[in-house]
Design a protein around this ligand. Structure first.
Ligand code: KIV
Ligand code: ZN
Length: 517
C-alpha cells in the first residue's frame, strides 16, 4: 500500500463540468472559477480542452497567466495536434501538466477507434513521449477503464510509465462499476504500478456511485481524485469535490493519516460561484452544498439541535464557510464595514469594483430591509462575472396587466453612449420585455430556459433570474443573469446580460481568429 497519504485533488469543473449540458462559460467566468479553485486549495485545475476550440485554448492560456499556486492542465486526445495545442495553451503556467487519453475498453477500441490493442498502446506511448517535449508533468488516462480488461490496463500503464507519464488515471467513464469493483481494479493496478507513478481515478455518477467509488479507490491505493464542484459533469456528472473533501475530514477515524490541501471553509463560496455562473443549482437535497443540507425541518430534530448540535449534525454549516442566515447590514452601513464584510466572505475586490458593488448594495438596502450574506455574494458574483456592457438598461416601464389589457414594455437602453427608447406589446409582460430589447438591439433571441429564485428569504427578497437564449442557431445558448428585488427588472437585466455575453463572445472569437491568421 502507498505510504504517502496525501490525496491530490484534481478539479475538472472547467473541462468535464463544462461538458454538462447548458454549462458553457465564457473566458472571464472561467478565470473567476479558476481563481476560486486556487483559493479552495485545489492541486490541479483542468482548465479545458485546448484543441476543442480557439476560445477554449484562449481561456486556458489566460487561466495559466492568472493562477500561480495550482497546476494548470489541458486535456488532449492522443494526437499530435491536440498535444501541441495543449502545450501552447499552458505555456505561461507556473506549474503545468498535459493530460492525454485514449480509450482502452474492447467496445471503444473496436467501434470508436477501430484499432487493435497493440496499436492503442503505440498511440498512447507516442502521445506521452510527445507531451513530454512540452512539460515534465504528463498524465495519461485510459478512457472507459472501468470496462477495460485489467491485464490490458497493466500492459498499457507499464508502457506509458516507461515513456514518462507520472500520473495514471483510471476513469469509470460511464459510471458502471460498483465501488467494490473499482476498489479491486485499483488494488490490482497499484500492486503492478507500485511507486513508479501516481494512480488517479475519475468516476462518473450514472448510477449515483461516483463519490463512493472514488473513496473506495483511495482505500486501495489511488492518490489523485478527479472531481468537480457540485458534481457537475457530463450526463449525471462526476464525483463531487465537496463530498470527497468532507468524507475524508468527517471520517477522520477511518482516514486518520489522509490529507488534502483543500481549505474546506471555501467550499460554500466555490459552490455558489459555480452555480451562479452556470445557472445550474445543486438539487436541494445534495450532500454538503444543497439548500437543505443543513436545514432541519422537523420539530424533533430542531429540539435536538438546540440541545446539542451533534444530535443530528455530523458536520457544521460553518465548517464549509456557510454562516447560515447571518444578517449583514442595512442602509446605514458604511463603505468600510462593507469592505470588511467582503473580506470576511473571502472576496478580494479592487477599489473600482468595490465602489460599484457598494453603490449596488446601497440601492438594494433602500429596497430591502434585511440583507444577508447570500445577498452580498449574489451582488459580488454578478459584478465579477460581468462582460463588457455594450447594452445597458437605463429604464424599464411596464403597463399593468389588467385582464383584457394589452401587456406592453417601454425601455431606454444605452448603446455605447447613445440612448435609445422604444416600446413593444407582447403576449405577456415578459414577452413584451424581450421583444422591445430585441428591437432596440437588432437581435432576435430565442428563449430556451427561464429560471427565477429568491436569493434569501422575505417578501422583499432579491430575485435572481437566469435566462438561456439562442441568438445564433449554429451556436449554443448563451446565459444571462439578472438580480433585482423586482422580478421583471431582473428578467430584463438577465436578457440584456445574455446579449452582452453574446456580443463579447463574437468579438472574442473575432480577436482570436485575427491572432490565428
Ligand atoms: O470520463 C472520462 O473518461 C474522461 C477522460 C477524458 C478522462 O473525462
Ligand atoms: Zn469524464
Amino acid at each position: 500500500m502507498n505510504n504517502n497519504n496525501n490525496i491530490i485533488i484534481f478539479d475538472t469543473t472547467l473541462r468535464d463540468g463544462e461538458q454538462s449540458p447548458g454549462a458553457s462559460m465564457n473566458t472571464g467566468e472561467k478565470i473567476q472559477i479558476a481563481l476560486q479553485l486556487e483559493k479552495l486549495g485545489v492541486d490541479v485545475i483542468e482548465a479545458g480542452f485546448a484543441a476543442a476550440s480557439p476560445g477554449d485554448a484562449d481561456a486556458i492560456s489566460k487561466i495559466s497567466d492568472a493562477v500561480r499556486n495550482s497546476t494548470i492542465c489541458s486535456l488532449s486526445r492522443a494526437l499530435d495536434g491536440d498535444i501541441k495545442a495543449a502545450g501552447n495553451a499552458i505555456a505561461k503556467a507556473n506549474k503545468r501538466r498535459i493530460h492525454t487519453f485514449i480509450a482502452t475498453s474492447p467496445i471503444h477500441m473496436e467501434y470508436k477507434l477501430k484499432m487493435t490493442p497493440q496499436q492503442v498502446i503505440k498511440k498512447a506511448v507516442d502521445a506521452v513521449t510527445y507531451a513530454k517535449t512540452f512539460c515534465d508533468d504528463v498524465e495519461f488516462s485510459c478512457e472507459d477503464a472501468g470496462r477495460s480488461d485489467v491485464g490490458f490496463l497493466k500492459e498499457i500503464l507499464d508502457a506509458v510509465i516507461n515513456a514518462g507519464a507520472s500520473t495514471l488515471n483510471i476513469p469509470d467513464t460511464v459510471g458502471y462499476r460498483m465501488p467494490s469493483e473499482m476498489g479491486a481494479i485499483i488494488k490490482t493496478l497499484h500492486e503492478s504500478v507500485g511507486e513508479r507513478a501516481i494512480l488517479s481515478v475519475h468516476c462518473h455518477n450514472d448510477l449515483g456511485l461516483a463519490t463512493a467509488s472514488s473513496i473506495a479507490c483511495i482505500q486501495n491505493g489511488a492518490r489523485q481524485i478527479e472531481c468537480t464542484i457540485n458534481g457537475l459533469g457530463e450526463r449525471a456528472g462526476n464525483a463531487a469535490l465537496e463530498e470527497i473533501a468532507m468524507i475524508l475530514r468527517t471520517r477522520k477515524d477511518i482516514f486518520k493519516d489522509y490529507n488534502t490541501n483543500i481549505n474546506i471553509k471555501e467550499i460554500y463560496a466555490s459552490s455558489r460561484l459555480v452555480s451562479t455562473i452556470t445557472g445550474i443549482e445543486p438539487q436541494p437535497n445534495k450532500a454538503i452544498v444543497g439548500k437543505n443540507a443543513f436545514a432541519h425541518e422537523s420539530g424533533i430534530h430542531q429540539d435536538g439541535i438546540l440541545k446539542n448540535a451533534q444530535t443530528y449534525e455530523i458536520m457544521s454549516a460553518k465548517d464549509i464557510g456557510l454562516d447560515k442566515n447571518s444578517l449583514v447590514m442595512g442602509k446605514h452601513s458604511g463603505k468600510h464595514a462593507f469592505s470588511e464584510k467582503l473580506k470576511n466572505l473571502g472576496f478580494s475586490i479592487g477599489d473600482d469594483e468595490l465602489k460599484t458593488i457598494f453603490a449596488r448594495f446601497k440601492i438594494l438596502a433602500d429596497a430591502k430591509k434585511e440583507i444577508f450574506d447570500d445577498d452580498i455574494r449574489a451582488l459580488v458574483s454578478a459584478q465579477i462575472t460581468k462582460v463588457k456592457e455594450v447594452y445597458k438598461l437605463v429604464t424599464l416601464q411596464l403597463s399593468d396587466c389588467n385582464p383584457g389589457g394589452v401587456p406592453s414594455a417601454a425601455v431606454t437602453i444605452d448603446v455605447e453612449g447613445k440612448t435609445i427608447t422604444d416600446a413593444a406589446i407582447g403576449n405577456g409582460t415578459m414577452d413584451a420585455i424581450f421583444k422591445v430589447i430585441d428591437r432596440v438591439c437588432g437581435e432576435s433571441g430565442k428563449l430556451k430556459e427561464y429560471k427565477v429564485d429568491s436569493v434569501t428569504q422575505g417578501k422583499d427578497a432579491l430575485a435572481r433570474v437566469v435566462v438561456k437564449v439562442v441568438f445564433d442557431e449554429s451556436k449554443p445558448a448563451i446565459m444571462g443573469h439578472g438580480l433585482s428585488v423586482d422580478t421583471m427588472l431582473a428578467t430584463a437585466k438577465a436578457y440584456i446580460g445574455a446579449l452582452n455575453s453574446y456580443i463579447s463572445m463574437k468579438e472574442g472569437l473575432r480577436d482570436i481568429n485575427k491572432k490565428l491568421i
